[in-house]
Each structure stands twice: as C-alpha cells, then as structure tokens.
Write a protein that binds this ligand. Structure first.
Ligand SMILES: CC(=O)Oc1ccc(/C=C/C(=O)NCCc2ccccc2)cc1OC(C)=O
Ligand SMILES: [Co+2]
Length: 174
C-alpha cells in the first residue's frame, strides 16, 4: 500500500476521521504501511488522516533514552478516547504534515486513554511526558485539528509568513 503525506494547507487534514468498525486485513495493511512510512520520514507519531485515510487510527513510537525507536515501543491506537487528563506541560512540537515548523504548544501533562488494538481488544493506557503529548497531538488530527491551530494570533501570522516562504522555495527546487 503506497502512502503519501498530506501537508498543510490541504483540506483533507481538516476532515473528521471515522470510527473503525472492522478490525480486518485492510486495517492491518494500513497499520503495516504506516509504521515504516513514519520511520522513514523521521516521525514519532502519525494519524491515518495524514496519509489520506480518514479512520480513527494513530501510531506512536517514542524514542528511548538512546534516542532509538524500537519496534517494541510502537503503539497502535484505534478509536482512542481520553477519559482523564490533568496537569499542564509545554513542548516544542512538529508535525510531518507541517514540515520545517516547530512551536511550543501547551498540553495536559497526563492523560488516561481507552482505545482498541488492531484486533479490537479494548486497552487502557496512562501516559505522561512525551508519550502523553504525542497522544494528544495525534488525537487532535482525528478531529481535523493541527498544532498550529493552537497558536496565538501573532504567532499564527508568523507561521503563515514563514510557511509561505518555505512553500515558494519548495516550488523553486522542483
Ligand atoms: C524538515 C522537517 O519538517 O522535519 C520534520 C518535522 C517533524 C517531524 C515529525 C514530527 C512528528 O512525528 N510529530 C508527531 C507529534 C508529536 C510532536 C511533538 C512531540 C511528540 C509528538 C519529522 C521531520 O523530519 C522530516 C524528515 O520530515
Ligand atoms: Co501531526
């Protein structure tokens, strides 16, 4: 299954993703394609809508202390729901769909998430730190929300200016 990243300002990213009902071979094919794709593009999180599949599916692989991403740390979340959240934390986020732009974003420090695995089994995960941030960032994608939507008006203006410059350079390079 060939995947391509959808980048801002593509309207696809603004779609709300649909619940997964069938935990079938097609879902497994998508998950099995998303993982290498995310690893090849230096991602640590990816929502299915970013590769044009409007399904409530996300994957995360947080690097370990040696900054290595191992297959054991891969988390696949289907139909995730946050049931508890507390604390506040700030982190400089980036997104494969908004290349070259990084900004400090406020998130909940801890979250408790109910979700299903690729076989439909219900799981509960309590997360903090980078994993908690990644879960919140990827779950926003399922609602069509991007991290740049959380910027103040002035920082959003700064982003739009920088991003237009980046897109122009991109066209020149082609
Ligand atoms: C040039 C450029 O844009 O570099 C990148 C930017 C972001 C990313 C990946 C960002 C990512 O995985 N974000 C997941 C959400 C998240 C953000 C902050 C903390 C936890 C989870 C990768 C990049 O590298 C390439 C090759 O595209
Ligand atoms: Co993202």
């Amino acid at each position: 299954m060939k995947l391509n990243i959808v980048t801002y300002p593509d309207k696809i990213l603004r779609q709300k993703s649909n619940e997964v009902e069938k935990f079938d071979e097609e879902l497994h094919e998508l998950l099995d394609a998303m993982y290498p794709f995310m690893m090849q593009t230096n991602g640590i999180g990816l929502a299915a809508i970013q590769v044009a599949h409007p399904k409530r599916v996300l994957i995360i692989n947080i690097p370990d202390e040696e900054d290595e991403q191992s297959d054991e740390n891969l988390i696949e979340m289907i139909n995730p729901v946050i049931t508890e959240k507390n604390g506040i934390t700030t982190y400089q986020e980036g997104c494969l769909s908004v290349p070259t732009f990084y900004e400090d974003i406020e998130r909940f420090e801890e979250v408790r998430v109910n979700y299903q695995d690729r076989f439909g089994n219900t799981k509960t995960l309590e997360a903090n730190g980078l994993l908690s941030i990644a879960i919140q960032h990827e779950m926003d994608h399922l609602e069509g929300i991007l991290f740049i939507d959380k910027l103040s008006y002035s920082r959003r203006k700064k982003f739009e200016k920088e991003y237009k410059k980046y897109q122009k350079e991109l066209k020149l390079k082609k």
